[in-house]
Structures are given as structure tokens and as C-alpha cells.
Design a protein around this ligand. Sequence first.
Ligand code: TYD
Ligand code: MG
Length: 458
Amino acid sequence: MAKSKSAYFCQNCGYESPKWLGKCPSCNQWNTFVEELVQKTPASVPDWKNSTPAGRVAKPASIDEIIYAEEARIATRDAEFNRVLGGGIVAGSLVLIGGEPGIGKSTLMLQLALSMKKLRVLYVSGEESEQQIKMRAERLSPSRADREVFILTETSTQNIFKQIELLEPQLVVVDSIQTLYSIHIDSTPGSVSQVRECTAELLRFAKESSTPVFLIGHITKDGAIAGPKILEHMVDTVLQFEGDRHHVYRILRAVKNRFGSASEIGIYEMQGSGLREVSNPSEILLSQRDEQLSGITISAMLEGVRPMLIETQALVSHSAYGTPQRSATGFDTRRMNMLLAVLEKRCGFRLSAKDVFLNIAGGLRVEDPAVDLGIVAAVISSHEDIPVSPKICFAAEVGLSGEIRAVNRIEQRIAEAEKLGFEQIYISKYNRKGLDQSRYVIEIKSVSKIEEVFGGLF
Ligand code: TYD
Ligand code: MG
């Protein structure tokens, strides 16, 4: 057996160094280097000019003469999942699904495996026992018609490939990549070099056999897929499964997709019997209320390319202490402070002695700047204690000088608001060009300054 040598790997980004370093030169994290054993490979002489390549020699081809066939895709029964993948599972693709522990990755994948009709699926688990998986499967889908799902509890990639050869599955799910180990690498499962080697082996298998492979990967506290970034470069598609664990909504987001758009999202609701697709998110994100309350407004935002209407809630109250409290859930606190400063300086609202709390309903995290105007209106509504009509919604960004700025895909936002029965939508004057009011039932109000909004609202 070849002599093994060791190297130091940054556990955050996978940077390799021959000696220990305190700070990673690649990702600037401190104290992330761990020694790992790697197999010594014989030094090869870089002699690419004289070497004769083995097998087929590739020649440059004119781009106009290249013929391609649409990739064969397997459509799943889960419309949200198909949408995120760009229209189904591509043969031979390697897909990584990342997410925090307990968010529902195993549930999503097992549910997918169980829903595949007339397709042999191998579900490899290094995390749970066969009995545990069976118990979960009973909860998810008691019907056994047409399904061919096999469970393998194994963590050695070599043994997994042996079983794959015998079973010849048409779809493989691995839960999770951090539990696998390959005998070619000496370090422990979950370490950078193991994760990289196991992924490389699965990648070779996927490409050579044209079998799609799904890998589940854990993510670290700061949201990166644990183990190296390298993993993200190796796979074809990276999906992120996210949501607030205390809420029932989950968002499946394509972060990278070689076979489709990376701005698609799928929305699910976690129920007692597994994940349910949510095809019309706005209806559930808006709370059904009869009485009018101050501090609540609706904004038309986009998640990826999907329009949805969400509720923003603000509470402004007298500060009991010298330093007012500012806190936001689901929204960037710095951006909230900026909006409050704009209100104070440009519109003369005395908010510096007030506590301000902000909440995005449904446990969503919003980054779309189009919710700015809705938030500003919610703050003023709570400050003045005057409710905003629930038939009004907002879609505009607020600039530092209090100007109302345009946002992208305004037609989609207006159409969604109209579909849900809103009567008025406030947008920026700069978005108004090219919009034809006669095509909409909803009344489009275009404004250029915050003051104009208040004139109309209160
Ligand atoms: P799980 O898929 O094990 O999460 P992950 O693999 O991402 O760590 O699911 C975790 C949670 O989902 C668990 O806390 C219980 C909940 N859950 C339900 O609410 N309903 C269900 O039908 C199932 C299977 C799980
Ligand atoms: Mg799991």
C-alpha cells in the first residue's frame, strides 16, 4: 500500500496547506485547520506535449454544427420539486441538498423516493436505522402501489457501489454525504478530504451510469454546506432547504443549477404526514383577519422569480429606557434602521425615542427591497395608530432621500395582487411607464415621495 502523507485542510472552505495555519488565507476564518491523512500519489512529470492521450481525441467543433438532444428528465410527482430542478430530474446528474439539521431534508428525499412510480430507488442512509426509516415511510405514504424503494444502511462507498451493482437502481439518494467514507482516504467521515473523495466517487458513478444521485449535506451555523465549498463546484445542482424551524413553511431554493434557472423556488408546508406542496403561497402567508389593526401592511415581494404577498407588521411604542430598542424578525435590522432614519429626517417623524419592532409573518426572511414601502407604511400606521385598509398593498423601494424607487418585475407583482383581490397597489412613479391601467382592475397608485403615500393612506 502506498505510504500516506498528511495535509492540513480548512474545515470551512477546503483550502489545503502542507503546514498548520492559524488563519485560512482563502476564507479568512481562524482556527479551522485540521490535519488529515491523504494518500500519497506518485509524482507525475508534467509532460503534456509529448504524452499521447488515451482513448478518444477531442477536436474543436464549430458551435453551429454541434447537435444536442434535450436531456432526458424524470418528472417527479412533486410539482414544486420539478420546478426547482428546472423541469424534472436530469439523468446522470448529481444534486446536493443542503439545510440545517431538522429542517426536513430526509423527509423531503424519502417522500420523493416513495412517490416515484415504477422506478427502482435506492435510499442509502448513514444516519438512521432501517426501522426508523420504515416508521417514517409509514407516516409519509402508506400506499405501496407501484413503488420499488430499497433502504441500505451503509457508510462505506465501496460497499454501497457493490450493492448498487447488484440492485441496479435508477435513482440513488445518499443521506448524508458527511457520514460516508472511502477506504482510499484515511481521515474520518465528514472531514474535507473524505467528503471530497466520496463525492468524486459518486460523481463518477452518476456520470458513467447516467443514474441521478441526490446527496444530502448538512450546513454549518453560518449557512455554508459543511465541508468544503469544493462540494458545490463538483455537483451539477445545489439546492438549499430552508425555513424557520418553529414555523411550518419550508423553501427549497436552487442555489446553482447546470440544467435550469437558479432563481426558482419551491414552497412546502411541514405537516404531521410529511411535506405538502404549497402552490399558492400568498393565500397562507396573509393572515385572515376581520378587524382592522394598525401597524399591518401587505407587500408584493418576489422570492426568486415567484411573486407572493406577505404581511409586514410593525409595533412602535414609547421607549421605557434611554436607548430605544429596535428589532426585526425576517428582515435586515440595518435596513430597518435606515428606513427609520429616512422617516425621521425626511418626513419629520420623531422615532428616535421610540421602540420599533418589526415582523415578517410566516417565518419568512425577506431580502427583496420592494417591501421597503410596505414597512415604512406599517411603521407610520403603528406610530399614528391608524390602520391601513387590508385592500391596499405596496411594491416599491425607499431610497435614502425618501424617494420611492422602481423595483423589478412590477407586472408580475401587480398581477399577483390583483389575483388575490387587492383594490389598490402603491408603486414607484418610475415603474409606471409602460403600464396600462386599463388592463388591470386593481387601481395602480404611482408615487415618487413618501409624503404622497401618506396623503393617500391616512
Ligand atoms: P428530518 O427530515 O429528519 O430533518 P433533516 O433530515 O433535515 O435533519 O425532519 C425533521 C423534522 O420534521 C422533525 O423534527 C419532525 C418533523 N416532521 C414532521 O413534522 N412531520 C413529518 O411527517 C415528518 C416525517 C417529520
Ligand atoms: Mg436527516
